[in-house]
Design a protein around this ligand. Structure first.
Ligand code: PEP
Length: 669
């Protein structure tokens, strides 16, 4: 979950905001204002909610690199090159600030902070009237912005951080860059949050990789397999069908032994294509390749289109677009989707004679949107295509970031997004060995009703026999279904045990493991718990790993040693990727079911220590994001104080979770 400006108190705060105003410029004139316009709702919201000043920072091309290239080109063409005029026309922010002022209208005041760069602007910013928008000069005039040395980046980041109490990142198009103004700055400001553009991009793109509404159909096109391997592999995990089109389709066709004539091909990617086809077969993902083509004898907008009836392309022709049978096939596949992601055209749509296939895809996706399908267009060329066909407004979401959207679809963590992530607060009820089916149904129904608008994340874990009753009641609600344990083996002769496969079949999403009663009454050791943790994660469950010391261990001063050992052993072999599905519940054994609660300060100290252990094992980002619940006689009277502590991210509740009168006030703290 990312933290957005909506959850931050903005009153009288100075905002330092990263926008992506990297717009095309010609002689100091903005050529396409999409990115400027996209940032306006956030700027207006910040000011309408009391922000004192909004200082904007952005790059605008890369002055050093771009000027070098332009100079070399001019020299090659025998033209004179005026560096100052080039920089002024292409890379200075003053005209962008003026453009923004025009777009915002007379009610707003926009000032440019000067051509002398981004340092030493604090006094200037603080001298502005409340409500002013300040535009800094292009951040890439400073080499520290993009430096690969974090210390250099930090130098600029610290200077920029001086200009704001809150860092707002709305620059999705640059979110994949680990730069001073996109990510490093977050280390030096107290609060970081995402703007509305970033929020929308993340909300549409991220679920495609993590949890799409299924069936998901992915349409991946473009020239090269090599630039799309990671995205193809990532989308295989959740897609029902993968439509592969554009130049890259010919490499796949060659891998299948089909004839591709003079078509674009990456011979060094044939093995990769074979591996992807093999992986798709294993995962049961339908791969859709062209079954007919439109070809040409040369790559030229004026080339004559030639219909090619079958898959094989004659020697003298190259594939330029897909044919009518392929379009009909696309239609059959696309109508089955509940989510569609499209990245890359399926033909050379820039040439009008070869644009039919891509236009047909755009129309099919637009028609799907109208029927309520979630449709996401990501990546430069497919965005250009939907714009060309006038269908951009007919998609659920058209991404503003080419590289950033591709990396998100590849399942990568983007530095500019990660700095805006906030930890969830998870309130969970462990019903232990209580209740009949009727009683459980009554409680589940009451909770669904009472927590409908609750602002935290919720979970109840009934005993195995109640899962089939409670699961359907929770379905579609904001309360997850949890189990209290699982077997360490997938299946087989294990009398009295319940397997992860059986739990999955019942719709269980989360499994509580290593609970103190499992450790101390049923003598489960760290090795067994670790085996269960890994098995549950392998099957896609969220895991709540319980840890905590006994009274004897506390009295002997062993709290930290016990917790550290239980975390290290419990998470042994858990990958950093899987850690995002792990919640740790710190539950001092002496507090569970005894009515004795740890004081908020003692609990906070233990939680802080737990986070430090996670940091040593998985690094600072993982530690910042891991949810650590407190458990041990949490009651309505003490819940708010406990959960107000900086490192306590919710509660695992036993006794008080058995009645809605006690659980609901805790859950709604
Ligand atoms: C538990 O069983 O996880 C627990 C915390 O119980 P209680 O709230 O009753 O102490």
């Amino acid at each position: 979950m990312i933290k957005t400006v909506k959850t931050v108190n903005l009153k009288d705060k100075r905002i330092i905001m990263r926008v992506d105003f990297n717009v095309p410029m010609k002689d100091g004139v903005v050529q396409d204002d999409t990115r400027i316009v996209a940032s306006i709702p956030t700027i207006k919201y910040l000011l309408a909610n009391g922000a004192r000043t909004v200082t904007l920072m952005s790059h605008l091309g890369d002055p050093a690199k771009d000027a070098e290239k332009a100079k070399a080109k001019a020299e090659k063409d025998g033209k004179t090159f005026n560096m100052e005029a080039y920089i002024k026309g292409k890379h200075r922010m003053a005209p962008v600030a003026a453009y923004l002022a025009k777009k915002l209208g007379k009610k707003y005041s926009v000032v440019f902070a000067g051509e002398d760069g981004c340092y030493n602007k604090k006094a200037f910013i603080e001298s502005q009237k409340p409500g002013t928008v300040i535009m800094l000069e292009n951040t890439r005039f400073h080499k520290e912005e993009t430096s690969s040395d974090p210390k250099e980046r930090d130098k600029l980041a610290k200077a920029l951080a001086e200009y704001g109490d809150i860092f707002v990142n709305d620059a999705f198009g640059t979110a994949h860059r680990d730069h001073a103004s996109t990510a490093s700055i977050a280390k030096f400001v107290p609060v970081s949050a995402a703007g509305f553009l970033m929020e929308k991009e993340v909300n549409y793109l991220e679920p495609i990789v993590t949890d799409p509404v299924k069936p998901l159909v992915a349409i991946i096109g473009g020239a090269k397999v090599s630039s799309k391997i990671a995205v193809l592999e990532s989308l295989l995990k959740n897609s029902a069908a993968l439509i592969i089109g554009g130049g890259m389709a010919y490499t796949f066709q060659k891998a299948l032994g089909q004839k591709i004539g003079k078509s674009l091909v990456e011979d060094d990617q044939i093995d990769t294509a074979k591996k992807i086809l093999e992986a798709a077969k294993k995962a049961g993902v339908e791969i859709v390749l062209p079954v007919d083509h439109v070809g040409a004898d040369k790559f030229d907008p004026a080339a004559k289109p030639v219909a090619i009836a079958g898959q094989n392309i004659p020697d003298k022709l190259m594939g330029m677009d897909v044919g009518p049978k392929t379009i009909a096939l696309y239609k059959k596949v696309i109508v089955k989707a509940k989510t569609i992601v499209w990245n890359g055209p399926v033909g050379v749509f820039e040439f009008d004679s070869f644009a039919k296939g891509t236009e047909a895809v755009a129309k099919l996706v637009a028609a799907a949107t109208e029927k309520g399908v979630i449709t996401v267009v990501g990546g430069g060329d497919s965005v250009a295509a939907v714009n060309k066909f006038g269908l951009a407004s007919k998609m659920s979401h058209v991404s503003t970031g080419g590289g950033a959207s591709l990396e998100l679809l590849e399942g990568k963590k983007l530095p500019g997004i990660e700095v805006t992530r906030a930890r969830d607060c998870l309130v969970a009820g462990n019903w232990k060995m209580h209740m009949t089916r009727n009683e459980a149904a009554v409680l589940a129904k009451a909770l669904v009703k009472a927590l409908k608008n609750g602002k935290h994340r919720y979970l109840v874990a009934p005993s195995f026999t109640l899962l089939e009753t409670v699961g359907p009641i929770l379905k579609g609600s904001n309360i997850n279904l949890g189990a209290q344990n699982c077997a360490a083996e997938e299946q087989g002769a294990h009398t009295g045990e319940v397997s992860v496969l059986q739990l999955k079949d019942l719709g269980v999403q989360t499994i509580i493991l290593g609970h103190s009663e499992r450790r101390h009454v049923y003598k489960e050791d760290d090795a067994l718990i670790n085996k269960k943790v890994k098995l549950a994660l392998k099957h896609g469950f969220e895991v709540i790993l319980c840890i905590g010391e006994t009274l004897d261990e506390r009295e002997k001063g062993k709290v930290e040693a016990v917790c550290k050992n239980q975390i290290e052993k419990g998470l042994e072999g858990v990958t950093p990727g899987d850690l995002s599905k792990v919640v740790i519940a710190y539950e001092p054994v002496w507090a569970i079911g005894t009515g004795k609660t740890a004081s908020p300060e003692d609990a906070q100290a233990a939680h802080k220590f737990v986070r430090e252990v996670v940091e040593k094992l998985y690094g600072p980002d993982a530690a910042r994001l891991i949810v650590i619940q407190y458990g041990g006689s949490v009651k309505p009277e003490n819940a708010a104080q406990l959960m107000a502590m900086a490192d306590i991210d919710g509660a695992l509740v036993g006794g008080a979770s058995l009645k809605s009168e006690t659980f609901v006030p805790i859950a709604k703290f």
